[in-house]
Design a protein around this ligand. Structure first.
Ligand code: DHE
Length: 515
């Protein structure tokens, strides 16, 4: 009772902080590192879109105590709890207007550390270059380059703040490209274990795709509403493409994908009912009138009219997110905005050709393709339902809904394995990994390698004989399993490891992994 009275007295004694004080506090204590406009400087951008999974309470803790192993100091000795709370509220407030981040700003941000022409031809290590993994550790914003055979790190380096989305490789597997939510694109040389170049392509970036011929990168942005084409060699910017539909309505990019057999990028959009296809082949020719995105003069400062990359716009009956492709890349599946179904869009005939019955928010981007009776079928987890759906890719009918312990985020398979591995991390059994027999379409094993801890994101090694799983906690781990016996083989401590990406599986577009 006494302590409750003291707390009440303290509350009364602490004057409520006027919301207008937050910008002043920000410019006094934060702007020097995070930029007066909150777009980032030596520290990351402080915008709600960029903070990823950070909760407001965690943000208050970081402001008060600082962040270990970074330059972020604690402010508890300078700011009252009310001021800290006001600052946390402020950084979670969206900006009033979309900031300018055009060709000029993008080009000025580029850092070239190494002349790509002077890089040695051979690796400085002796591991199998195609069985390396790039492991993203978001706990302290580092990346580990792991030798997949010996399960030992070759290098560990500090990444940009909050990397998100899959790491992408050059076609020979030598270079890895990483994207941060803050818009930074990093090119890293796996042979010499160093960062080659970096560029900030957006204020809030969704992801990056690499053309299958290794010449171009395409970056999809949420802020501003643009796509940015980069030269993969040295990350120099080639073109800023404003993402605008009819009557100038602009859109955030949901994700950009590479369609290798089509030599094109395919773009999912959040705010326009369209799918865009951007050919990059030299002989792509003029795109057809009517569906072509036209670059209006004065659309955005610094944007070239026309340009090498022209988008073919395909209208869709709904907003489509989170794409998955058939093995020919002719058909793109997207999840409808309300999360109740999937739509199939044929990129050749340029319209919706089928609907898939998929309630419970399918996470198509995490799906896999495998063969059943010689036919291609796909399997996808759902973010809001405890099932994995298996779909015939000819009829688009659901063959089976496999009940799981909970809704899941990631799913993985491999050409050499009869099993698929899923997490169920969106439900209460966050620590469980389930293994599906792709012949019987039933769960054959549930693993809990770190009881009570969030465990997710499987990835096979190049041979399909081992599977790596993340214990996604600050004091987490990367665990290697035998893919046939499901026994644990090895464990490495890591700081909230999230995604891991095998060079061979990625550059060969394995049907069991993301592309
Ligand atoms: Fe992701 C990939 C969208 C939250 C970890 N995530 C992707 C991709 C998209 C996407 C479009 C494919 C891009 C690519 O790889 O090129 N993610 C979204 C969301 O809309 C969502 C739900 C909300 C958001 O915050 O943006 C979201 N994602 C998360 C997380 O909370 C995760 C678990 C942790 C994190 O780091 O933010 C997370 N997303 C990942 C990972 C991949 C990914 C590890 C790459 C998977 C792969 O194996 O390729």
């Amino acid at each position: 009772m006494k302590s409750a009275l003291i707390a009440l007295a303290l509350l009364i004694a602490t004057p409520a902080l006027a919301a207008e004080d937050a910008p002043r506090l920000f410019s006094e204590h934060c702007a020097a590192c995070h930029g007066g406009d909150r777009l980032g400087a030596i520290g990351p951008a402080l915008l709600p879109e960029n903070l990823g999974r950070l909760k407001k309470a965690e943000a208050e803790k970081v402001i008060a105590e600082g962040r270990i192993a970074t330059q972020m100091p604690g402010h508890a000795d300078k700011l009252t709890p009310a001021q800290i709370k006001a600052l946390a509220d402020y950084v979670f407030t969206p900006l009033a207007s979309v900031p300018t981040w055009g060709m000029e700003q993008i080009a000025a941000s580029r850092v070239l550390n190494v002349n790509p022409d002077l890089l040695p031809a051979k690796p400085v290590w002796t591991a199998d270059p195609l069985n390396l993994f790039t492991v993203v550790e978001t706990g302290d914003h580092h990346v580990t380059i792991l030798d997949g055979d010996s399960f030992t790190p070759l290098a560990r380096f500090q990444s940009r703040f909050a990397l998100h989305g899959g790491a992408k490789y050059s076609p020979d597997g030598r270079f890895v490209y990483l994207a941060s939510r803050d818009g930074w694109i990093t090119k890293y040389d796996l042979y010499t274990l160093q960062i080659v170049a970096e560029i900030r392509a957006g204020v809030n970036t969704r992801n990056v795709a690499v053309s299958h011929d290794g010449r171009f990168l395409m970056v999809g942005n949420m802020l501003p509403h643009t796509l940015v084409a980069l030269d993969a060699r040295d990350l120099s910017p080639i073109q800023v493409i404003p993402v605008a539909g009819d009557k100038g309505v602009t859109s955030r990019v949901s994700a950009v994908y590479t369609a290798p057999p089509r030599s094109s990028f395919v773009v999912a959009l959040k705010d326009i009912m369209e799918v865009w296809e951007i050919p990059y082949a030299d002989d792509a020719g003029p795109v057809m009138n009517g569906f072509v995105h036209s670059y209006e003069k004065g659309h955005e400062e610094g944007i070239s009219e026309g340009g090498r990359f022209q988008a073919i716009r395909i209208r869709t009956p709904d907003y489509l997110d989170d794409f998955f492709f058939d093995s020919t890349y002719e058909r793109a599946m997207g999840a409808s905005r309300d999360g109740t179904k999937g739509l199939v869009v044929d990129l050749d005939i340029k319209r919706k050709v089928a609907e898939i019955d998929l309630p419970g928010m399918p996470h198509l981007g995490s799906g896999i393709i495998f063969k059943m009776d010689g036919r291609d079928v796909m399997a996808t987890p759902h973010l809001k339902e405890a099932v994995v759906s298996v779909i015939d890719m000819q009829t688009w009918k659901t063959i089976k809904r496999i009940p799981t312990l909970g809704p899941g985020f990631f799913m993985r398979g491999h050409e050499n394995s009869p099993y698929a591995w899923i997490d169920v991390s969106m439900g209460k059994d966050k620590d469980a990994i389930q293994i599906i027999d792709l012949g019987s379409l039933g769960i054959v094993k549930t693993l809990r390698p770190a009881p009570g801890k969030t465990t997710a994101h499987a990835e096979f090694d190049r041979s399909g004989k081992h599977v790596l799983i993340s214990v996604m906690e600050a004091d987490g781990a990367l665990i290697e399993f035998d893919a046939a016996s499901f026994d644990e083989v090895a464990r490495l401590p890591m700081k909230r490891p999230v995604g891991k990406y095998n060079v061979f599986n990625k550059i060969n577009y394995s049907s069991g992994t993301s592309h």
